[in-house]
Design a protein around this ligand. Structure first.
Ligand SMILES: *[C@@H]1O[C@H](CO)[C@@H](O)[C@H](O)[C@H]1NC(C)=O
Ligand SMILES: *[C@@H]1O[C@H](CO)[C@@H](O)[C@H](O)[C@H]1NC(C)=O
Ligand SMILES: *[C@@H]1O[C@H](CO)[C@@H](O)[C@H](O)[C@H]1NC(C)=O
Ligand SMILES: *[C@@H]1O[C@H](CO)[C@@H](O)[C@H](O)[C@H]1NC(C)=O
Ligand SMILES: *[C@@H]1O[C@H](CO)[C@@H](O)[C@H](O)[C@H]1NC(C)=O
Length: 174
């Protein structure tokens, strides 16, 4: 119960962060979609997720995960990534949810540094392109924050779940 409530708060925070995280242009990508950042159901899960995405400079990766259970490390090369090596970590995040702004083009390599999670497929390689492929035909201005339709639905569902859990825990809060 306590951990469920905790997770709901993480989701709520992520939703709020996504809605209020400033006015930069850029698309939020919820890593792993509905599964979030966790032990992958199979070794290509995050690879398959990445293949459905066009990720460009200014976009943000949103990792939804339980602190202490999962983390994120970044390594500089495909060689290190392929063998899940933590020898040359360039970044580490361990307090979920984590939003990483992609401010450089080129490949990026992330994986979970806990246990054998990386070997089991909790790893994500992306290519950040220098420019967005095509401007979305949404009526938003260039200063508006864009969230893809699929992610919007996820955020809505996450918010709903969070609201329900928060409501059920409201006696603790009031
Ligand atoms: C991996 O898991 C996802 C989600 O369950 C599924 O859609 C995908 O087909 C699986 N891929 C393989 C190679 O099994
Ligand atoms: C780690 O980084 C150092 C300094 O950048 C480099 O000399 C070394 O070759 C790297 N090791 C691996 C295994 O990539
Ligand atoms: C780009 O991102 C890195 C790490 O995410 C950060 O250290 C750096 O300050 C950022 N650069 C700019 C210009 O925002
Ligand atoms: C990124 O792009 C380069 C060159 O286009 C390609 O060789 C590499 O496989 C790509 N990496 C990923 C993770 O898609
Ligand atoms: C990625 O960009 C290409 C080129 O504009 C486009 O054809 C493709 O549909 C886009 N894929 C996604 C998932 O948005």
């Amino acid at each position: 119960m306590a951990s469920k409530t905790h997770y709901a708060f993480l989701l709520l925070l992520a939703v709020m962060a996504s809605l209020f995280a400033g006015s930069d242009a850029g698309v939020y990508h919820i890593v792993g979609a509905g599964k979030g950042w966790r032990m992958a159901p199979n070794k290509t899960y995050y690879e398959e997720w990445a293949e459905t995405r066009n990720i460009s400079i200014g976009d943000k990766l949103m990792f939804l995960y339980r602190s202490g259970v999962y983390n994120i490390v970044e390594v500089p090369t495909k060689e290190l990534f392929d063998v899940c090596s933590m020898k040359n970590i360039t970044n580490r995040w361990q307090n979920g949810p984590t939003i990483i702004e992609l401010n450089q083009s080129g490949p990026r390599y992330y994986f979970c540094g806990v246990g054998k999670h990386c070997e089991e497929g909790q790893k994500l390689a992306i290519n950040v392109s220098a420019f967005a492929p095509t401007p979305p035909d949404a009526p938003s201005s260039s200063s508006a924050t864009a969230i893809s339709a699929g992610d919007l639905l996820l955020l809505y569902l996450a918010g709903l779940a969070a609201a329900m859990c928060v409501a059920s825990a409201s006696s603790l809060l009031l």
